[in-house]
Ligand binder design. Sequence first.
Ligand code: ATP
Length: 379
Amino acid sequence: MYGRMRLTGSALDIQDLSHAYDGRRAVDGVSLRVEPGEVVCLLGPSGCGKTTVLRLVAGLEKLQAGRILVGNQVVAEPGREAPPEARGVGLVFQDLALFPHLDIGANVGFGLRGLSAGERAERVEGLLRRLHLEGYARAWPHQLSGGQQQRAALARAIAPAPGIVLMDEPFSGLDARLRRAVRDEALHLLKADRMTALVVTHDPEEAMFMADRIAVMRAGRIVQIGRPREVYTKPANEFVAEFLGDVNRIDGVARGGRVETPFGPLLADGLAEGQGVHVLIRPEALRLAGVAAGPAAGPTQGAVKARVLAARLLGRTSWVHLCLNTDPTHRHDSAVPGSEEHSHWHARVPGQFLPEEGTELAVSLDAGQAFVFAAGDTT
Ligand code: ATP
C-alpha cells in the first residue's frame, strides 16, 4: 500500500479571514496555506483566535470575511458556504462528543466507506491498537475515561484518511506520559497517509513536536510563520521569542548600533541612537566553562564570572541558576545599565552538570542565540 507514492491530503488555503463576536475582533486578517501532507500548528496564548480559525475552516462558525479553499475548491466565502460534512475535513475538537448510541468500534469505523467488512475491521483495530485502546471496540463511549474518549475521537477523525484533519488541543486531556505517546502515534498516522493537518495548541513544545511549520498567533493575527527551528532560533519579535521558549532578559539602550550586555556588546542593527532595547538570551546560549556543548549558532563572546545558586537535573539537560558577577572591576568595559536587577540567570546545558551551590564558573555567550528587539515593539 505504501510502496508507491500516495498523496491523500488536500491543500488548505485560508485567505484573509476575519471574524468578530458581538463586534469584538477575534480573528483579524489571517491568511495561511497548508500544503498537501503538511502538518501546521496554530500556536498562541488563550483567546488569540486559534479555535475560531479552526471552527471557520470546519464550517462550525458562519464565515464573515475571507475565503477558505480545500483542494483548490472554495468551501466558504461570505454568503456561500459548504456544510461541514461536504468539506472533506476530519475534526478532532475537545467538545466534539462520540456518538453515544454507537460502540467505540462503530464510532471509529463510522466514516469508512468503500471498504469490505474485513478491511474496515482491520483499519479500526489497527487504529485502536496504535492509540492504546485495544480491547475497547465493544465498549460504549460513556464507559471510557475522558482521555480514552479523546483518543477514540482522534481515531474516528483519522480513520477515513480525510483530505484535511483539524485538531483543537487534541491531547490536552491526557497525562504527560500518555500525551507524548499519543501525539507521537498521531504524527505517525498523519505522515503514513500523508494527511494534511491543522493543529491548534497553546503548548510550544507540542507545536515543535508535531509541526512542519508553526503559525504563531497573537490577538487575532499571525505574527510569524515558519519551520519550528526558524521560529525558535529567529523569532520575529519579543512575543514570539518568549512564547516559544525560556529566555533571560535584560534591558539596554542602543548606542552606535550596539547594546551593552554583561557579555560585551551585541549588534542592535537598525535601532535608533538612544532607543530602549530588550535583549533576550536563551538559557542554552550561555556556555559554562568546562561543559561540553554543541556548535554555537554565532560567535561566542564574553567570559563573565558567575556563582551557582542551584543546579537541577531535568532529564536530558541540566538547569543551572546563576548569579552573574557584573561588578565593573571584573570587566574591562563599564557597568551595564539595568544589570543589577537581572543578575539571576538561567543556563541550560546538555546532560548532567550539577555543580555545588556557590561554585564559581566562567560564563560566555553564544551570540547567535541572543535576540535584540526595540523595547515596546510587539509587531
Ligand atoms: P483558547 O486556547 O482559550 O481556546 P483560542 O486562541 O482558541 O483560545 P478563541 O476560542 O478563538 O481563542 O477565542 C478568541 C476570542 O473570541 C476570545 O476573546 C473569546 O473570548 C472570543 N470568543 C470565542 N468564541 C466566542 C463566542 N462563541 N462568543 C463570543 N465570543 C467568543
